[in-house]
Design a protein around this ligand. Structure first.
Ligand code: NDP
Length: 246
């Protein structure tokens, strides 16, 4: 690793496993102080151990993203302790259910919307002033190919990811003349628990690992990013404009 995030502070949600865990670890290896957020304390502690044994540093934030007051307080807590925030990765998410649209239970719909969309907006609102205060603020919001693919039974998850992309594109226009760059990411099918839940019959070994996928996302946090309001497609290793077929 090249120390490209030396002296920076990076908030990663969904850091207890999967893509978020690996991204948090790789950001710490690049020198960032990582603020790792998730519900599962065991996963966060494992991450902390790995980061510390590699010489890095992390702060653990055990928080359920349905706790909107907790998200609101996070911005203030980061400001008090570090003054600004350089990188935000809104990675935490849930699949909800794959189901015909008319059969989705209201409770499942609302919870998935809350975690994937409302919490993402609330997090953006909480840390936007801190990212703007950074010399090179970078925001990375995890989307999915599902946002564009219109696959049967994926309506709920797809709607949440399309909403995230819409927020990112507007936010990018609001921050166009500032150093802040905000982009969405389609990681593509990745060997994680969420993918196994969606595709139980698939051979996980046929998929790239979370570590491999995280390594392709990592550069979106670096100072030399000039793109904003785009979707970074990991499999194609390039930014898409919104008009491109995903
Ligand atoms: P995982 O299911 O492996 O991990 C999800 C992470 O989100 C966990 O750390 C989990 O932590 C956290 N999380 C979920 N709900 C909450 C909550 N209520 N509060 C706080 N944290 C929460 O998912 P992946 O690593 O596969 O996915 C990461 C992102 O990438 C997601 O946004 C997903 O939609 C997206 N994606 C993944 C793809 C794939 O093939 N894997 C493909 C396309 C997009 P905890 O349970 O400890 O709270």
């Amino acid at each position: 690793m090249s120390g490209r995030l030396e002296g920076k502070t990076a908030l990663v949600t969904g850091a207890s496993r999967g893509i978020g865990y690996q991204l948090a670890k790789q950001m710490a290896a690049e020198g960032a102080h990582v603020i790792a957020l998730a519900r599962t304390v065991g996963g966060l502690e494992e991450l902390d151990d790995e980061i510390k044994s590699a010489g890095g540093s992390a702060t653990l934030v055990p928080l359920d993203l349905t706790d909107m007051g907790g998200i609101d307080r996070l911005g203030g807590a980061i400001k008090q302790r570090w003054g600004s925030l350089d990188v935000m990765v809104a990675n935490a998410g849930m699949l909800g259910v794959l189901s015909p649209i008319g059969h989705i239970e209201a409770k499942v719909f609302e919870k998935t919307m809350t975690v994937n969309v409302t919490a993402t907006w609330r997090l953006i609102r909480s840390v936007d002033p801190l990212l703007r205060a950074s010399k090179a603020g970078r925001a990375i919001v995890m989307s999915s190919g599902a946002a564009h693919s219109a696959k049967a039974y994926w309506s709920l998850y797809a709607a949440t990811k399309a909403a995230c992309e819409a927020m990112v594109r507007s936010w990018a226009n609001e921050t166009m003349n500032t150093p802040l760059k905000v982009n969405a990411v389609n990681p593509g099918a990745t060997r994680t628990g969420m993918r196994a839940q969606a595709m139980p019959g698939e051979d996980p070994k046929s998929l790239p690992t979370a570590r491999e996928v995280a390594a392709k996302i990592l550069p979106l946090a670096f100072d030399d990013v000039t793109e904003t309001g785009k979707i970074f497609d990991v499999r194609e290793n390039r930014f898409l404009t919104y008009q491109d077929p995903a």
